[in-house]
Every structure is written in C-alpha cells, then in structure tokens.
Design a protein around this ligand. Structure first.
Ligand SMILES: Cc1cc2nc3c(=O)[nH]c(=O)nc-3n(C[C@H](O)[C@H](O)[C@H](O)COP(=O)(O)OP(=O)(O)OC[C@H]3O[C@@H](n4cnc5c(N)ncnc54)[C@H](O)[C@@H]3O)c2cc1C
Length: 398
C-alpha cells in the first residue's frame, strides 16, 4: 500500500494508541480523535501477558514499560477463607524461557503514557483532543469522520477504537444493549508500604471463593499493589470506572474472607465500584473502509486479563495488514479475518473463568482441594492459557 495513505482513528485509549503507533512506525499518516480534553488512564493496574509484551516490543515501548512495571515471580490461587495456596503459573524467568517474554503487571497510566510518547515522537500533531466522533460517511474515494463540533476529517480508512460504547460501531451496526452480568467489582491501588511485609511479595494472587474472587498484584517495581475484587450481586448496575463506593460496603461483600483480603480493603485509599456488563463479541467488524478494534468489537469480562492485550495485538495486526495489502478494503478484511476467531475465543474463555473462580465447591477446604485438582492442575491451565501467550503478532497469518 502507498505509505501516503491517511488513517483516522476514533478513540485514544490503549487500542487506538497501539494502532496509531503501529501505523506511524510503518510510515502512514495518522490522526487520532479522542473525546477527552486530556489524555489519561484510570489509576489501576493491567496485566500484560507474554503475547502482549511481545506486541509492545514490536511497538518500540517494551524496554521503557519493562523498567516501569513488575514481572511477578508467579501467580497463585488462594482459598478465600483459609488462604491455602495453589500454584497457577511460574512467571519471571519461566515465562521468558517458555514464551520469550515475561508476564508484566503495569500501572495503566504508564502504559498509555508510553504509547502516547511513542506516537508523539513520530508525529507530535497526530493526536487531537476534545474531539468526539459522532458518525462517518464513506465512498470509493475515502471516508469522512464527523466530530461533535461539526468538523469533518477525511482519510483513506477509519478505525473505531472508541471502546465499549463505540459511536463508530453504532453507526455501522446500530445500538447494542449490553446485559448486566450479575457481578459487581471493586478496585483500588494501594501504596505497598502500607501493607504488612508478608503481603509485599512480587506475586500475583487470585483469591477464589463461592460467588466471588479477588485479584491482587504488584505494580511499579513493587511500589504499588493493585486489587480488584469481584462479587456476585445484582443490586448495582452502573458501568462506570469512576464511581466511588464505601469501605463498609466492600468489606460487607467480602465478609468472612481471609484477613489479608480484609487488609487490602482496609488499607485501600479509595475503592471504586462498577458493574460488569456483557456484550456478545461481533463476528463482523467492518464495512468498506471502516473497521473496529479493541473493546469496540470484543469487549470482555476481565477474567483472562486479555482485553487490553488483545487491543494492542489488534493495533499491530492492523498495521501489518495495511502495510501488506495495497487496497484498503482488502487490508481491513484481512485484519478482521486474522482477529475474529482469536478474540471471540478469548471473550468466551473469560466468561467461562467466572464460574471457575466462583465455584461452590470452594466453600470448604476439602471441596476446594478436589476441585482445584480437577480444574486447575497443570494440564487444564496449559490448555486455557498457552494458546493466548504463544501468539506472535509478527508471524501470525494475515
Ligand atoms: C476490571 C478490569 C480489569 C482489567 N484488567 C485487564 C488486564 O489485566 N489485562 C488486560 O489486557 N485487559 C484488562 N482489562 C480490559 C482492558 O482495560 C480493556 O479491554 C482495554 O482498555 C480496551 O482498550 P480500548 O482502547 O479498546 O478501549 P478504551 O480503553 O475504552 O478506550 C476507548 C477510548 O475512546 C475514547 N472515546 C470513546 N468514545 C469516543 C468518541 N465517540 N469519540 C472519540 N473518542 C472516544 C475514550 O475516551 C477512550 O479514550 C480490564 C478491564 C477491567 C474492566
């Protein structure tokens, strides 16, 4: 494809910035339209498995992020009440030996910051803020993206990277009503030195119990501890990352859980609460010169920790397709063809993990021991995760 082509991207989150960087590094002209008045990510953690670390390397930001993150030694399961531990994966050097890259835990603003800096280093004018995409038109000569202030941007292709409530998806495919999934989540980031020393380990823990689970892992070289607790509840259905809840309510949700879980709740500087919605992953993403990426087309429950990672992979594959196939429509079809099956399988796998993390047999240690042996021994873990982590964005077929 001619490198002078201009690609419009609606949405400047992790997915949109990954696509922008992948395209800029290949010589395309890129304009990112982001609705926010300033760039920023919520102050929370994100797990970047080896497939994501590999994609970040391709984007040129791996070194910086590796230095700013944590590479936990292992992930483990803990039983909700007694704290009994089971290994999930060996990470650290084992992940590098097996997959070529470590498993990183990153503070989200650091991830977005590295991508934005990468974009600005190539083209300081590529990102337009306070620019809300409202719709588009296309014909054989190009695509016109309309913004809320009436401005019209023109380009050769448009990528809808505008998240779960995507305006570009709505324009192409109509409204999609998400379904409340019956889960409420709590999140916080805790200064590590506020926690007792036995909780300051470079380990990712998933506390599992009947009807709920809590994940905690270190960030920023061990200076911060991220926590996300999920509980089955149907009385709160607000899908927002910016609503604060109370410590008392969170403690009530996890009443009876291990004292380390109580410590996480009690030391949390603030506790944000939100409801999980479910969306069916789309099997068709694009039309003509327009396509979708990230949460706009494959939003997922976070129980495989792959939503952001998949949006980074989408960005790199999009870059490869637009570079390889001269015709824009063909390039976008090849991109969709390369991504739909993998991202759909990921969304389904994350859904299946809800039941596995919240299993009734976990109520007692005796039940838990038998359950963990059948569901979370090495073979089923390998089946569920290996295909995700082995994926190589640069050699995957397009
Ligand atoms: C609790 C939780 C934990 C998670 N943990 C992990 C994890 O450990 N690992 C992982 O890989 N993933 C994780 N995820 C998933 C991950 O956060 C998302 O999949 C990822 O952020 C999606 O990126 P995106 O760029 O597609 O969408 P978003 O991050 O939502 O970005 C969309 C951007 O578009 C902008 N926008 C929206 N509408 C418009 C418009 N009309 N015009 C212009 N701009 C617009 C928004 O302001 C935003 O900047 C988690 C998610 C949750 C909820």
């Amino acid at each position: 494809m001619s490198k002078s082509k201009k690609i419009l991207i609606a949405g400047g989150g992790i997915g949109g910035m990954s696509a922008a960087l992948a395209l800029l590094r290949r010589g395309f002209e890129v304009e990112v339209y982001e609705q926010a008045t300033e760039l920023g990510e919520v102050g929370a953690g994100v797990q970047i498995s080896p497939n994501g670390a590999r994609a970040l390397d391709e984007l040129g930001v791996y070194g910086r992020l590796h230095a700013a993150s944590c590479a936990p030694r292992r992930k483990e399961f803990r039983l909700w009440n007694t704290g009994k531990a089971w290994p999930m994966f060996d990470l650290g050097d084992s992940a590098i030996d097996k997959y070529g890259y470590p498993y990183l835990t990153i503070y989200r603003p650091d991830l977005l910051g590295a991508l934005v800096d990468g974009v600005c280093a190539i083209d300081p004018t590529a990102i337009r803020l306070n620019a809300t995409a409202t719709g588009f038109e296309q014909d054989e000569s190009g695509v016109r993206l309309t913004l809320a202030d009436g401005t019209v941007a023109t380009g050769d292709a448009l990528i809808g990277a505008d998240g779960v409530k995507s305006a570009i998806r709505r324009e192409m495919w109509g409204d999609e009503e998400p379904k409340f999934y019956g889960l409420v989540a709590w999140r916080s980031v805790i200064p590590m030195d506020h926690l007792p020393s036995h909780m300051q380990a470079m380990v990712g823990s998933t506390w599992i119990g009947p009807g709920g689970h809590m994940v905690n892992y270190p960030l920023r070289g061990g200076k911060l501890m991220n926590m996300i607790g999920t509980i089955e509840r149907d009385d709160w259905q607000v899908e927002s990352w910016r609503v604060e809840g109370s410590k008392e309510e969170c403690a009530q949700d996890f009443a009876g859980w291990h004292e380390d879980v109580q410590t996480l709740i009690q030391t949390a500087p603030s506790l944000m609460k939100w409801a999980f919605m479910e969306r069916t992953p789309r099997q068709t993403w694009g039309k003509g010169r327009v396509t979708l990426m990230g949460d706009a087309c494959h939003a997922t429950l976070p129980f495989l920790a792959q939503g952001a990672v998949m949006s980074i992979e989408d960005g790199v594959i999009l870059g490869r397709c637009l570079e390889t196939f001269d015709d824009v429509e063909t390039a976008l079809q090849r991109y969709e063809g390369a991504r739909v099956e993998r991202t759909t399988k990921m969304v389904q796998g994350a859904r299946e993990n809800t039941g596995r993390f919240h299993e009734k047999a976990l109520a007692t240690e005796e039940g838990a021991i038998a359950y963990m042996e059948s569901e979370w021994s090495r073979a089923p873990i390998t089946d569920r995760y290996d295909w995700l982590y082995r994926y190589d964005v640069m050699t995957a077929e397009i």
